[in-house]
Ligand binder design. Structure first.
Ligand SMILES: [Cu+2]
Length: 266
């Protein structure tokens, strides 16, 4: 059973060479052969609104399973999974657990029936960082055009988020972004450390083919008891022009809070 699933999944990967092409993994810098190959083993189709256990098989290019100890721990985790639907609305950030060598499991609840794309953020020890796309099949095609609303303010779980950009975002140029967080008009200074920072931000381009490099700036928490806010800074370096959907992630009272934004890169 396992062998059959694996073979099918591997053939699926081989049939989609675009994943391995330059520009798709923007850390590759022109190398067409991926250093790391990731294949979904289960499920064969996601169930909307339900907990799905997803198992990924992670191998090197010689098809040797990669053990979790071979990955660099970055932002407190060896493997980060940034998961998004084609309409760029339902973002999830998960960290899988290795269940046996090369097999990594996590759970998530898709809010749409669409297929989802995982961007696995991984770095082998002594090598460079990669964002590797892995597709999970959903029940629906989901080819609706994405909503390209420019949005610098966002509310989530009762918290208000606001972005201020230092100038117009341009392809190939860095721009500083300040995010402030408040509740009922009061600035919040209670951000808990999450993955070694007070906030994280991820950006997905409208082309669904790439994600943006965004780094949190400023002092990082040294202790779990430290708190951050109400403003946080990010350094965004958009690689190309177009609509960029951003998701900020913070932790308050032990809960993850995600705030969506949209900007246009010229
Ligand atoms: Cu992560």
């Amino acid at each position: 059973m396992f062998k059959t699933l694996l073979t099918t999944a591997m053939l699926t990967t081989l049939a989609l060479p675009a994943w391995a092409g330059p520009g798709h993994d923007h850390s590759e810098h022109g190398h067409s052969e991926p250093e790391i190959v990731i294949t979904p083993i289960t499920p064969t189709q996601l169930k909307v609104g339900e907990e799905n256990e997803v198992v990924l098989f992670i191998q090197d290019k010689q098809a040797k399973p990669l053990d979790v100890s071979q990955f660099e721990v970055v932002h407190t985790k060896p493997v980060h999974l940034l998961i998004i639907d084609p309409e760029l609305n339902d973002y999830h950030h998960e960290h899988p657990t290795q269940t046996s060598t090369g097999q990594y499991a996590f759970n998530f609840i898709p809010q749409t029936a669409c297929s989802y794309r995982i961007w696995a953020d991984v770095q082998l020890k002594g090598s460079q960082q990669h964002y590797i796309p892995v597709d999970l099949k959903g029940a629906a095609e989901c080819k609706e055009p994405i909503d390209k609303t420019v949005n610098l303010e966002s509310s989530s779980q009762g918290y208000d988020f606001k972005l201020e950009l230092e100038g117009d975002p341009k392809a190939g140029e860095a721009v500083m972004v300040t995010m402030s967080i408040s509740k009922n008009g009061e600035a919040l200074k209670i951000l808990e450390p999450v993955m070694g920072a007070y906030a994280h931000m991820v950006g997905f381009y409208e082309d669904y083919q790439s994600i943006a490099h965004i780094h949190p700036m400023g002092a990082e928490p040294a202790e779990d008891t430290e708190r951050g806010g109400p403003t946080l800074q990010f350094h965004i370096e958009p690689e190309h022009a177009g609509y960029l959907k951003l998701f900020a992630q913070v932790q308050i009272d032990g809960k993850q809070v995600f705030a969506p934004f949209g900007i246009i890169v010229n």
